[in-house]
Design a protein. Structure first.
Lengths: 367, 348
């Protein structure tokens, strides 16, 4: 399953150009975060992607097939949409609400059966929401409602889930619950595309990022290559520091906004230079590699395969690797020496650090 | 968690479901048979049932007055009450879903005002009952058509708010036209008939008027019954409806059409009967929750029972008939307030 947007542009009738020549593609099991300042058109883009709005130019393709030519039922039995959890005016019970996720599998006259109800019960249990099954949606907290809407998307058994700011109005813990749920879905092979206001969430949890700026331009790529201090400044007009928070066990990527920048003058003396300056860039992959060692302690044996798969993915950069079990404490110790672009190193260490029961540190060479 | 509201659980097991549907079917039948025995021509229940038996088995013989009264007067009236009560309740329920608004009632789109104008106009020209019914029905549909074309808006999406506004405009337009007709109507012969008709009454019920309303009401109820699961999606945002794999426009139009068929047929047969479309769906919601899978059949049944009882009261409480809509309001308002206070607020 590949979801692809080709040369998508959108302008409102008689309005300004909102989105300009956007192209990207996501594969099975990837998480794509869409970032951009308020008013850059993140929600518009989501709506265009699913055909709620029509691209003025360009297409959304599902496995190469233009979704504009697909029936609603066919399209939405593969794609599920999770709106922002703010319209809690409906009093329907949680299980009835989640059951509605099955409707794309039926015609307008269809009714859900026992199998569908069982699927709802199972999904609620899997997400830890069973206790809420008979509650009214109007009585849920924001976090609970968001999880219920995600459950509704899951029961439609989609290949792609598209979410509009799923963690926006949630507290700390609920944000993490939502993002971890998405990660789990991605690991089951479901592609997750979500809008977010938090670069950190993209950096920590997503595989790919798409950054929109106010003029409708776009930068798309692996998340560590897109979310850079330069790009943050250009897209958001904010001076940021991207760094690591270290604990005795791990290091965590963080994005800190430190200062707003004055609006840049619209007219420049040298237009070519100006446009160069304002274009967001994906950091070139090949140059400026750095040497680093990753030292990893694995407490959870089940993660060994995942770690191997990740290291394999970066195999081209790895110049040495040592692994030893330490049965006395039931842990394994892995040491990896890598010569790679800095973004690749931080991407790898970020991914490794996400795993449960894994402690990980990176040491860079000085040059 | 302490957050579960009290609801009648009617779906969790097979036996509960069977019991629930059985109750829904039997309740109106029971109410119908009981109310068949009540009327100004006093009879005992035994006599009535015997007469009913004669009607069903051997037909009515010459001079069998009781059987005649039951066959030609009480029975069609009870059947009409079932149709009107069930129809208006379901139409109200569907409109509340369609507009995501608990205050929506069957005449939100101006059906009732349009149909009333048609009927009043027909009464002015002294046409037969069936012609009156037909013109009323036609005007009801015309009013909804007008409302929908207003709500369409230029280029923009057809928003629900503009549909509601359109309905208000059309309603008040037709109300003004009704006043105009009343103004020119003959005060001795026509005006009382018009005024009385506008208050709503099932006294027109004959097998002919019932046969006229029947296909529209049953068709509308059938349509809404068959899409009842989709009614759960209908109050949500347009994006969500679309993401459920439904065609928003088709779903909304089918719902509006079905409800309009029902309401236009009811109003053209027995005038404006208020409150039923608001009261019954909310009573059902308060008792059963918000699942339209359950609410649609429940509204049909409870609406039918309510209307049978109210109409029986209307024809037998006093020597002259009490207009039905007066009674529905007098009974409806306090019951509704009591329920609201008990369950604490309303929502969809």
């Amino acid at each position: 399953m590949t979801f692809e947007v080709k040369n998508g542009s959108f302008r409102y009738a008689h309005g300004r150009q909102v989105l300009n020549n956007i192209s990207f593609s996501v594969e099975n099991g990837q998480m794509l975060a869409i970032l951009g300042p308020n008013g850059a058109g993140k929600t518009t883009m989501l709506r265009c992607m699913m055909g709620f709005l029509k691209w003025t130019e360009g297409h959304s393709l599902l496995d190469g097939e233009d979704i504009a030519g697909m029936s609603q039922r066919k399209l939405f039995s593969k794609v599920a949409y999770v709106p922002q959890a703010k319209n809690a005016s409906l009093a329907s019970s949680v299980k009835d609400m989640v059951l509605l996720g099955r409707s794309s599998h039926y015609t307008i006259f269809g009714k859900p059966g026992a199998k569908d109800r069982q699927l709802v019960t199972d999904t609620l249990a899997r997400l830890g929401l069973s206790a809420l099954a008979d509650c009214s949606c109007a009585e849920l907290s924001g976090g609970e409602l968001q999880m219920v809407l995600i459950a509704r998307a899951i029961v439609s058994e989609p290949q792609i889930i598209i979410l509009d700011e799923p963690e926006s109005n949630l507290d700390f813990k609920n944000q993490l619950i939502v993002l971890k749920t998405l990660r789990n879905l991605a690991e089951q092979g479901i592609t997750c595309i979500f809008n977010t206001h938090y670069p950190v969430h993209a950096l920590r949890h997503a595989d790919k990022a798409l950054l929109l700026d106010k003029s409708g331009n776009v930068c798309f790529g692996a998340v560590h290559e897109v979310i850079t201090e330069d790009n943050m400044r250009r897209a958001f007009g904010v001076e940021t520091v991207i760094g690591q928070i270290e604990t005795p066990h791990n290091e965590y990527a963080d994005v800190l906004a430190v200062n707003t920048l004055p609006e840049e003058p619209a007219i420049s003396e040298d237009p070519s230079e100006e446009s160069e300056k304002n274009t967001m860039t994906q950091i070139a992959n090949e140059e400026n590699t750095r040497l680093a060692t990753l030292s990893i302690i694995v407490e959870d044996r089940e993660n060994a395969d995942k770690i191997n798969a990740m290291l394999h993915e970066y195999g081209q950069y790895i110049i040495g690797r040592m692994g030893m079990p330490y049965p006395k404490k039931e842990v394994s110790i892995i040491c990896v020496v890598i010569d790679a672009p800095e973004t690749a190193i931080s991407a790898l260490s970020g991914k490794l650090g996400q795993l449960r029961g894994v402690s990980m540190k990176t040491t860079y060479s000085k040059k | 968690m302490g957050r579960k509201k009290f609801r009648l659980d009617v779906t969790s097991t097979r036996s509960r479901r069977i019991l629930f549907y059985l109750t829904l079917i039997l309740l109106p039948l029971l109410a119908g048979v009981i109310c068949l025995c009540i009327g100004r021509y006093t009879t005992t229940a035994g006599e009535t049932l015997a007469a009913l038996g004669r009607i069903l088995t051997q037909g009515v013989e010459q001079g069998d007055n009781l059987a005649k009264i039951i066959r030609d007067m009480r029975l069609p009236r009870i059947v009409l009450a079932i149709l009107v009560g069930a129809g208006l309740s379901v139409a109200g329920l569907a409109f509340q879903s369609l507009f995501a608004n608990p205050m929506a009632s069957p005449d939100t789109l101006g059906v009732a005002a349009g149909a009333s104008f048609g009927a009043v106009l027909a009464l002015l020209f002294d046409t037969s009952t069936l012609t009156t019914q037909f013109i009323a029905l036609l005007m009801g549909f015309a009013a909804v058509g007008l409302t929908l074309s207003i709500g369409k808006g230029k280029g923009a999406e057809r928003s629900l708010t503009s549909m509601i506004l359109g309905g208000m405009v059309i309603s008040s337009l037709f109300s003004a036209l009704i006043s105009l007709v009343k103004l020119v109507a003959d005060t001795d012969s026509k005006l009382p008939a018009i005024t009385y008709w506008l208050m709503g009454s099932l006294s027109n019920a004959t097998w002919y008027t019932v046969a006229f309303a029947l296909p529209f009401v049953l068709g509308g109820i059938g349509l809404l019954y068959s899409i009842r699961w989709r009614l759960n999606i209908l109050p949500m945002s347009e994006d969500e409806i679309q993401a459920s794999g439904s065609n928003v426009t088709v779903l909304r139009l089918v719902t509006a059409l079905a409800s309009t068929m029902i309401t236009a047929a009811c109003v053209s047969t027995c005038g404006q009967v208020g409150w039923v479309g608001l009261l019954i769906p909310h009573i059902c919601r308060m008792a059963l929750g918000s699942d339209n899978m359950v609410l649609v059949p429940a509204s049909v049944s409870v609406g039918a029972v309510f209307m049978i009882l109210v109409d029986t009261a209307a024809r037998s409480l006093s020597p002259s008939e009490i207009p039905v809509s007066v009674l529905t309001a007098i009974i409806g308002a306090p019951v509704f307030i009591a329920l609201l206070r008990k369950t604490g607020g309303w929502s969809l």
